[in-house]
Design a protein around this ligand. Structure first.
Ligand code: FES
Ligand code: FE
Length: 448
């Protein structure tokens, strides 16, 4: 409680207690107050296109089956048998008409209803099947095919929860009538870091690129010079949700447009679903990196698979930072492409993604090592005894060159130049509010 009070009090001054990255009690509370309540990203609809398709995903540390039923509707079912709580689904993904528990054989359909069990009449004759199905999340919604669920029946609607962030998701995922699809299975890997380090980084930590990822410029994998890449906007889209654009000052500027997506794909981007302002931002953008609170991150940028030997192509990855104990995070990483790209373009985007933002990718390897030590600092005795606070002051009034943009056309609060950490302060302010909210009450979802 003391740590959370200090966070709520200090975050406006750019002070964040290191202990939030290592304290066991804080972590236990996150599972309940953050993951147990917020809209959590689970899957993209293109992963479960056909009736009976399912994938196994997580909310906090708990497994849920995300499945499309015979009517085409998506359900999110708690993966625990109603009989003794045994895990029912034993595969990461597949297609099925039923889930059958391996222990005694209770069998559920793709809506989660109990449909039968062995020797039913002898064992359970007279007992109603209704009410004995798999438990379900409180609500499921999708946005541009992105499937979210919440365990909290008092949660606001998904669109209200996303708030201003929806406008920016439209700007990436709604650029053309086809939308996006996931290619391949998600990559998953566990590192000894706290899940918040991933969210923190993708909320707009662009400053680390010049130091930690210097090699990426040295091998020529990214087409915009570091200092130029720091030009752009930091946006607090709505409480908790933040993002960052690397952007050319004007449209006539040389360099990649539309996150580096191929020209013939970019030619299909239009304003039939988004506004002129949104299209203009996308057109001028080299990079978009975003975090939807709590743990869903998005990245679009031009990358080459092997340095200067190939021209860059647009790479889009979406990922979740799955908590796995206070000191571990399981990173889930999906690559996506616009559906109307050619097979060759999709393949290039996939390979450029693998070479950079993947388990063996040049960027990813760089990032994970520092995060491990953040977590070590967070749980250290010294951090506790010294009441050690981390500095999140970049871009505060009088600090650095970032300035609030007065006439920003989109929702939220925007800053010009990415030398700015308000995006992270926005993340931790909302985090503190969620952690301290009484059950059934919600913190403010708008800045007014
Ligand atoms: Fe699932 Fe008994 S525990 S059928
Ligand atoms: Fe990085």
């Amino acid at each position: 409680e003391r740590i959370l009070d200090e966070l709520a009090d200090g975050v406006g001054r750019g002070e964040v207690p290191a202990a939030i990255f290592g304290d066991q009690e804080i972590y236990d509370r996150e599972l309940r107050s953050v993951f147990g309540r917020c809209w959590v990203y689970l899957a993209h609809e293109s992963e479960i296109e056909a009736k009976g398709d399912y994938v196994l995903r997580k909310i906090g540390e708990d497994s849920f089956i995300v499945v499309r039923d015979e009517q085409g509707e998506i359900h999110v079912l708690f993966d625990a048998c109603r009989h003794r709580g045994v895990q029912v689904c034993r595969s990461d993904s597949g297609n099925t008409s039923h889930f059958r528990c391996p222990y005694h054989g209770w069998t559920y359909n793709t809506k989660g209803d109990l449909v039968g069990a062995p020797l039913w009449r002898n064992a359970f004759g007279g007992m109603p099947k209704e009410g004995n199905g798999l438990a379900k999340v409180a609500r499921v919604r999708s946005y541009h095919g992105l499937v979210f669920a919440t365990l909290d029946p008092t949660a606001p609607e998904l669109e209200d929860y996303l708030g201003g962030m929806a406008w920016y998701l439209d700007l990436l995922f709604g650029l053309n009538e086809h939308g996006i699809e996931i290619i391949g299975a998600p990559q998953r890997f566990v590192i000894d870091a706290n899940w918040k380090s991933g969210s923190d980084n993708f909320a707009g930590d662009d400053y680390h690129l010049g130091t930690l990822h210097r090699s990426v410029w040295e091998i020529g994998a990214f087409p915009v010079p570091f200092r130029e890449n720091m030009m752009g906007y930091h946006i607090q889209a709505s409480p908790g949700h933040s993002l960052s654009f690397s952007m050319a000052p004007s449209e006539d500027e040389p360099g990649p447009k539309f996150f580096g997506f191929p020209d013939d794909v970019a030619a299909t981007f239009d304003t039939s679903r988004i506004s002129e302002h949104q299209l203009d931002i996308a057109r001028r953008s080299r990079v978009m990196v975003a975090n939807v609170f709590p743990n869903f991150s998005i990245l679009a940028l031009p990358m080459t698979e092997d340095g200067a030997n190939h021209p860059p192509t647009g790479v889009m990855t979406i990922r979740t930072w799955q908590p796995h104990g206070v000191g571990q995070v399981e990173i889930w990483n999906w690559f996506c492409v616009y559906k109307n790209m050619t097979p060759e373009q999709k393949d290039r985007a996939y390979r450029a993604g693998l070479g950079t933002f993947s388990m063996g990718g040049a960027f990813e390897m760089d990032d994970t090592e520092p995060w491990i030590t953040v977590s070590r600092t967070g749980r250290s005795t010294a951090a506790d005894l010294l009441d050690f606070k981390l500095n999140y002051q970049m871009g505060m009034p009088g600090i650095g060159i970032a300035k609030e943009v007065p006439d920003w056309p989109g929702p939220g609060i925007a800053y010009w130049t990415r030398y700015e950490e308000g995006v992270q302060r926005n993340l931790y302010r909302f985090y503190a509010d969620m952690m301290r909210a009484e059950p059934g009450t919600w913190p403010k979802l708008t800045f007014e």
